[in-house]
Ligand binder design. Structure first.
Ligand code: PEP
Ligand code: MG
Length: 757
């Protein structure tokens, strides 16, 4: 059974489009269950009906023509309840709706299971039989399992069609929505540029060849390079490895020599596709076909194809460094955006970002917010490699991507963009004004930085200090650990730019979703693993180089604070303090006039929340990292789009942890700030202020928005609101209560989370 399942799923995954995928499903399932009929109905939102998309056993002419309105027939019932229906004699059921064109009247036994993807019912998979009998438990379980596995494949195939503007049943559609989560608020309309990591055949986008003949010539020359490499390797290995292993290169050479692969790629280039895309297409097809084979020897050949084609890809990418062309309104799309991809695009051309992987609090999304670029993360169903060059809308408020926009929708979004620009312009006037409530309670707005470009922007927005300098960002953009001197220069630039304002430098916080290419950390559970202080305490040479660089950079400025990330116990703090003191002593011995800076600890783990007082007694300040605190309290990976809907700092458990930290740190007389992303959410900022946080540190792009909201509310009203929400037991209700309060305070709709009206 398991083999049958696997083989069907593999075959369907390899199908070239939705129709072929469905045709494979119905014929293979009918065979596997030995039934007389297998059919698939898919929901077509365009006509609000379930359409018979494929069938083996029903009248072929009915396929594509017959449909059932929502809720109609047994199909409608399965879809409505999202549950299987197993009937001995279907025509006797009150919901049975006889479809004359299908010729189904002779079939009695009926089993229909819903096809569910991300909680949405995509359609219904049905088997039928002439006999009056119930399908047994094993058959039902088989169909349910299969349907669950196929749902993703069907959704992907549907999405691929939708990108072309075609609904499942072939109607022309527009305004195709792909859901993700908000990475950075704002709306953008632009042209897609797909970026992809090198040497990865699976992520090459489909692009047009500029000159077909030249592209073929170039491909052939790269193919020759690989042939040549293979020959050299083959000769070199003579006498060094077993003859069978050496034969592998012979196989490779033959694959290239008989031109099987090469010719297919050339044929595809002739269709107008660029060489990398053509190679990737042919390679992926062959790899899939081999992987599907039941014979283990043959299925292993997929690895050979991948290896061979990757070698060709290497030459294609290496010999002709294709400069990515960025449009004036670039929407950058990638399977997994990285900070390096963002900084490669000229700033004035980058309008929007979309990442298939990752979530709203992935570090790349945080960077996007800092840069103020509308971003959608976790758009898991987006067939991104079909998007290059297309016009697309990024709705960073709702976390949606819209393809094939209609004129009407385009106009609506252009109006929102205009409204956004007006709001930004309006906020400019707040730059010189203090951040205080209508009843004169003063709140300090600091910024989170990481890149040098943040500095000017932050100063321009009126930042009063740096609450978090993510020192790992320059490390992420480097190709090796920066030396003490190199680090010292980076830190000096930050400290000088903000002096005399305080700059809080966090010690290296790698691990989790921040991995250095030159120091890879591979773990099963990276967010529960070797992260932050755990790494640096295990590598004192990395830690002390960084501390020395920070201390040296601060000479004469005295505006440095050092902060420790990912602390889970007091031992980590005392060890870190010892190392910092040692660095300080050494620098004094070297004759440098270095002041000992204030040291702080981040409260990011539930363990640290419960130990706030003990930790606070060891340091000069504490700062809450609500991004990690939320993920660890709720056990929701901040990077995982599947659970992104569960990630919210408005959860009552998170709010009460935040309240506890500020009360306990204050009881120890230690200043407490917050530097997680929630500080930059205007509604959350109001709650934090009411809890007693006096320093809110956020991305520079959020600063004036938060200031504008705090200036429109009184501390008293904020405290009343806090009292009210602390009695609520659900994040959504809390969010709504906060939104309502902001609405009542006259806050602009673009600054509230639910932007309806
Ligand atoms: C946090 O966890 O809230 C935080 C500020 O640190 P980072 O987002 O870099 O993990
Ligand atoms: Mg953190």
């Amino acid at each position: 059974m398991l083999n049958q399942l696997r083989s069907i799923v593999q075959k369907v995954s390899a199908a070239k489009d939705l129709q072929s995928a469905l045709d494979i499903i119905v014929s293979r399932v009918r065979e596997a269950l030995d039934t007389q009929v297998c059919s698939v109905f898919l929901f077509d939102a365009d006509i609000n009906s379930h359409v018979l998309m494929a069938s083996q056993g029903l009248n072929a002419k009915a396929v594509g023509h017959v449909s059932l309105a929502v809720g109609e027939g047994l199909v409608g019932l399965v879809a409505k309840h999202a549950e299987p229906i197993n009937l001995e004699d279907a025509p006797l059921h009150p919901s049975y709706h006889y479809l004359q064109e299908t010729g189904e009247e002779v079939f009695h036994a009926f089993l229909g299971v819903p096809i569910i993807h991300h909680r949405a019912v995509l359609g219904v998979l049905i088997v039928q039989h002439e006999e009056r009998r119930r399908f047994d438990e094993a058959e039902e379980a088989f169909l349910i399992t299969l349907s669950a596995q196929l749902a993703g494949v069907i959704a992907h195939a549907e999405a691929t069609g939708a990108i072309e503007g075609i609904s499942p049943s072939g109607h022309k559609t527009s305004d195709t929505v792909f859901r993700g989560v908000s990475g950075s608020s704002g709306v953008a309309i632009g042209q897609v540029v797909v970026v992809f990591p090198h040497a990865d055949l699976s992520q090459i986008p489909n692009r047009k060849a500029k000159n077909i003949d030249k592209e073929i010539e170039f491909f052939n020359s790269c193919l020759n390079n690989v042939r040549e490499d293979m020959r050299v390797l083959y000769d070199k290995l003579a006498g060094h490895v077993a003859e069978e292993e050496r034969q592998l290169f012979d196989v490779y050479l033959r694959m290239l020599d008989d031109k099987a692969l090469g010719n297919e790629v050339v044929e595809r280039i002739k269709m107008g596709v660029w060489a990398q895309g053509a190679l990737a297409y042919v390679a992926n097809e062959h790899v899939r076909n081999f992987e599907e084979m039941n014979d283990p020897y043959l299925s292993e050949r997929a690895i050979d194809i991948k290896d061979l084609c990757s070698r060709v890809l290497f030459y294609l990418q290496d010999k002709e460094q294709v400069e990515t062309e960025y449009h004036d309104n670039t929407i950058l799309v990638s399977e997994e955006l990285t900070p390096a991809m963002l900084v490669d695009v000229p700033k004035d051309k980058l309008k929007g970002l979309i990442s298939v992987k990752g979530s709203g609090n992935s570090h790349v999304a945080i960077l996007a917010r800092t840069m103020g670029i509308p971003t959608v993360m976790g758009a898991v169903d987006l067939p991104y490699n079909k998007l290059d060059g297309r016009e697309i809308i990024v709705d960073g408020y709702q976390g949606e991507v819209i393809a094939n926009p209609s004129d009407e929708l385009r106009t609506r979004f252009r109006e929102t963009i205009k409204e956004q620009d007006q709001l930004t312009e309006g906020l400019e006037g707040l730059k010189g004004l203090p951040c205080e409530t209508t009843d004169a309670h003063r709140v300090h707005l600091w910024v989170n930085t990481g890149l040098m470009v943040d500095v000017m922007h932050s100063l321009d927005q009126g930042a009063e200090g740096v609450g978090l300098f993510r020192t790992e960002i320059p490390f992420l953009l480097s190709e090796r650990f920066p030396s003490e001197l190199e680090q010292c220069k980076i830190y000096r630039d930050q400290l000088e730019a903000f002096a005399p304002m305080l700059v809080t430098m966090r010690t290296l916080d790698i691990g989790g979703d921040k991995s250095l290419s030159y120091f890879p950390i591979e773990e099963e559970n990276p967010f529960l693993g070797w992260r932050g202080i755990r790494v640096t305490l295990d590598h004192p040479e990395i830690f002390t180089a960084q501390i020395r660089a920070m201390l040296r950079a601060s000479i004469g400025l005295e505006n440095l604070q050092i902060m420790l990330p990912m602390v889970s116990n007091v031992g980590e703090v005392t060890s870190a303090l010892q190392l910092i003191k040692k660095c300080h002593r050494e620098l004094l011995q070297e004759g440098l006039d270095v002041k000992f800076p204030p040291i702080g600890v981040m409260i990011e783990l539930p363990a640290a929340v419960y130990q706030t007082r003990a930790l606070a007694r060891l340091v000069d300040f504490v700062s809450v990292g609500s991004n990690d605190l939320t993920q660890y309290i709720l056990a929701v990976d901040r990077n995982n789009p599947r659970v992104a809907h569960l990630y919210t700092a408005f959860h009552p458990a998170v709010l009460s942890a935040l309240q506890q930290v500020v009360l306990e740190a204050s009881a120890e007389g230690v200043p407490v700030s917050i530097c997680g992303e929630m500080a930059g959410d205007p509604g959350a900022a109001v709650l934090l202020m009411a809890m007693g946080y006096d320093v809110l540190s956020m991305n520079a792009a959020a600063l004036l928005k938060v200031k504008s909201v705090i200036r429109s509310i009184s501390l008293e009203a904020a405290q009343d609101l806090l009292d009210q929400v602390m009695h609520l037991d659900d994040a959504q209700t809390i969010r709504s209560a906060v939104d309502l309060a902001l609405y009542n305070a006259g806050v602009d709709r673009l600054l509230r989370s639910s932007r309806i009206n």
